[in-house]
Write a protein that binds this ligand. Structure first.
Ligand SMILES: [Zn+2]
Length: 252
């Protein structure tokens, strides 16, 4: 089968077809080519990563009524640190049009964040978070889902790992279908800048100088993705056709 899929509308139609006929879906998936444009909106994201984009959307996770994780070691709230990081990254991205989905302490529903991001075409979305878990777990981690987000995710994870103190673990890339990694129609990545639950990492994260170092590395990774595309980020992952993520899918 030589079917080439480049039109988002035809792909939406295929999504309906896929639901009814899994075998056909499997065949088409395995034959899907990477001929779609690497910029602009695309429903599935089965294409190489973006290059020469000029707009960066930064999503400071949580906000308002939703504090996110709270460090028992430093009392820092995730919602404050994500906004701080978003502002620092924006300041490092001169030459780009940088949009903050929130620029003060208020709550935005996840689905509304997706809607806001989808208003842009030639852009990438980076959602900023901090992790929480068992007290021994630490290190930056990056989530992606779409094929066109793999290169940027790889660059962001490498950047955060290299900016982290050597004793912190590199948690690596995780391919997970979240509302902010599957649902936007532009390349999108969710970064976890470190664990607020870890005693020493939370203290690093409480330091403005360390957050600035992380922000500089993250901005540099975004710049490199725009200048180089996916070059040097390894083979693209296999395309997966999966429906948009819903609130009941998994905790985010
Ligand atoms: Zn979070």
């Amino acid at each position: 089968m030589n079917t080439k899929i480049t039109n988002p509308n035809s792909m939406r139609s295929l999504a309906i077809l896929f639901t009814a006929t899994p075998l056909i879906a499997l065949l088409i998936t395995s034959c899907a080519s990477y001929t779609a444009s690497s910029s602009g909106r695309d429903y599935w994201g089965h294409r190489p990563g973006p290059k020469n984009f000029k707009t960066v959307i930064l999503d400071a996770g949580h906000g308002g009524k939703d504090p996110g994780a709270v460090s028992k070691h430093t009392c820092d709230r995730e919602k404050d640190l994500t906004l701080d990081m978003a502002k620092r990254i924006k300041a490092e991205l001169s030459g780009f049009k940088t949009i903050l989905l929130r620029d003060h302490d208020h709550f935005i529903e996840l689905d509304d964040r997706v809607t806001l991001a989808n208003k842009r075409g030639d852009a990438v979305l980076v959602s900023i978070h901090f992790n929480s878990g068992p007290s021994h777990v630490r290190g930056p981690e990056t989530y992606f889902w779409r094929v066109d987000s793999h290169g940027l995710a790889t660059r962001l994870q490498r950047a955060m790992a290299s900016a982290s103190p050597s004793e912190e673990n590199n948690r690596g890339l995780v391919r997970r279908r979240l509302r902010l990694t599957r649902n936007p129609e532009i390349p999108c990545v969710l970064i976890e800048c470190g664990y607020l639950s870890h005693p020493s990492e939370s203290r690093h994260l409480a330091t403005p100088g360390y957050r600035q170092k992380l922000a500089s590395a993250i901005a540099k990774a975004i710049r490199t993705q725009s200048s180089d595309g996916d070059a040097g980020t390894g083979p693209l992952p296999r395309p997966i056709n999966a429906p948009p993520s819903r609130p009941t899918d998994a905790p985010e």
